[in-house]
Ligand binder design. Sequence first.
Ligand code: BGC
Length: 253
Amino acid sequence: MSQSNDAHPIGIDFGGSGIKAAPVDLDRGDFAAERVRIETPQPSTPDAVAEVFAELASSFDADDGGTPVGVTVPGVVRDGVVSTAANIDPSWVGVDAAALFSQAAGRPVFAVNDADAAGLAEAHFGAARGQKGLVIVTTLGTGIGSALLHDGVLLPNSELGHLEIDGRNAESHAANSAREKHDLSWEEWAERLTTYYRTVEGLLTPDLFVVGGGVSKHADKFLPMVDITTPIIPAVLRNKAGIVGAALYATRR
Ligand code: BGC
C-alpha cells in the first residue's frame, strides 16, 4: 500500500500494542491521509521495531527523503537516545532511536517521548491551545505519561508517572492498566487519581491539567469525581495526539 503524503511531515506513534503512522497536515492538526497501523512485534526489541518502521515508512510515497519524520517513544529520550524503558523491552536503554530509525527509514527521523508529543499536540491544536502558565498534560494508559508546558513551551522528559506515592510507583497504582488489571470501578479509580493529581498539584501548582490516553474518551465517567483544586479537562486529540505531536516535533524542534 502506498499513499500520497503531499510532503506533509509524518508522525509515528510507537506504542505497546501497535505502531501507527500518518502524514500530518499541520495547518489543521489532523491526519492528511489514512493512518497505517502495524502490530508491535513481541518482544519489542529495537531491531524488531526498526523492521516495522522501515515497512511503515515505505507505505507512504517516496519523496526526495526530505519529509520530516517524528516518532514517539514511551521512555525518556535525550538527543534521540532512549534512557528509560518502563513499559518497553529493556534492551532499548542506551539505544539511539533516532539513528536506528533514520537508518531503517532512509531519511532523518526525530524521536520524542510519547507524552511530550501528546503535550505538544494538545498545546498547538487541542485542549491546551492558547493556555498561559503551567499546563500538565498526562496520558493514562499502560503507564502514566506527563508533559509540562509553560506558556506553550515544552519542558521535556518530566516523567511524573514515576512519582513515589504511599511507597508505590504512581503509575503502577493509578494508570489505566491498573484500573483494568484490578477491575476497578470508575469511582475506585477516581479515588486513586485524586491522590495522584493532588500530589502533582501540591508539588507544581499547575494552572491546568489535561488528561489524555485512549481512556479519555470516557472522561465523563471519572474526571468529575477527581477531587482537586486545579481545573482538569479531557484531551481533544485523544489517540491522534502521538502522531500529530511527533510530526510537530520533527518540524519545529
Ligand atoms: C514512561 C514514560 C511514558 C509513559 C507513557 C512511562 O512508564 O516512563 O516515558 O511517557 O510511561 O507511555
